[in-house]
Write a protein that binds this ligand. Structure first.
Ligand code: ZN
Ligand code: FE
Length: 239
């Protein structure tokens, strides 16, 4: 399975997932339609599915147009049926959604929004984390509680360490500044920051990250208790 990173809006990422031979594709979180249409056509793909991690406009903005253009089906969390534009297929926690050559496990990870889900391609060791886990950060807690977010991150943290993490935004460099302030002696983090800076300077994405890297470097995943996590989340909101 291949993943094509598509920068959208100012700092969003949408992702095309496809099989090189069969050319059947799905897109994760199309913020806008235009760059996705361009990529689909350039790669000569058949876009069949649109997968949304949550209902925020910067993750579903391209739904309607892409559905019209490619006659694709839209997939989202069952309890967000009324908030995800043009939704066709409802999924729930723990379900494995499979169609064509895709086999994707759904994790319900409330916190950022009450209906946020992650898409996990177990066979390929790839997870799309939307605005729940970022590289070196996590999403703001808008609709849920800190406890929900803490538990949601725990689910992601327990995936195999080699799992590649594709998140919803390019926030990594900014996130790294907060991490290093609270974890100044972390050599792994320092090494990762050096690599991140090189990528950013070249205009390259810092995604994907790896679960292992996040466990070692992401201050929110290193939080040992809900209290520690909540304190960090509050500090980050005003950072
Ligand atoms: Zn969001
Ligand atoms: Fe977002």
């Amino acid at each position: 399975m291949e993943v094509k990173i598509i920068p959208c809006l100012s700092d969003n990422y949408s992702y095309l997932v496809f099989d090189k031979d069969k050319k059947i594709a799905c897109v994760i979180d199309p913020s806008e339609a235009r760059p996705v249409i361009e990529a689909v056509n350039k790669l000569d793909l058949d876009l069949r599915y649109i997968l949304n991690t949550h209902h925020h406009y910067d993750h579903v903005g391209g739904n309607k147009k892409l559905k019209e253009e490619f006659d694709a089906k839209i997939i989202g969390y069952k309890e967000d049926q009324s908030r995800i534009p043009e939704i066709d297929i409802l999924v729930e926690d723990g379900q494995i959604w499979s169609n064509d050559n895709f086999e994707i496990k759904i994790f319900h990870v409330p916190g950022h929004t009450s209906g946020h889900i992650c898409y996990y391609l177990e066979k390929n060791r790839i997870i799309f984390t939307g605005d729940t886990l970022f590289s070196l950060g996590c999403g703001r807690v808008f609709e849920g509680t800190n406890e929900q977010m803490f538990n949601s991150l725990k689910i992601i943290k327990n995936l195999p360490p080699e799992t590649e993490v594709y998140c919803g935004h390019e926030y990594t460099l900014q996130n790294s500044k907060f991490c290093i302030e609270h974890d100044a002696n972390n050599l792994k983090l320092k090494k990762k920051i050096k690599i991140i800076k090189e990528k950013v300077q070249k205009g390259h994405p810092t995604v994907p990250s790896k679960i292992q890297d996040e466990i070692e470097c992401n201050i929110f995943l290193k939080a040992v208790s809900l209290d520690v996590f909540s304190n960090l989340r509050d500090l980050k909101d005003n950072f």
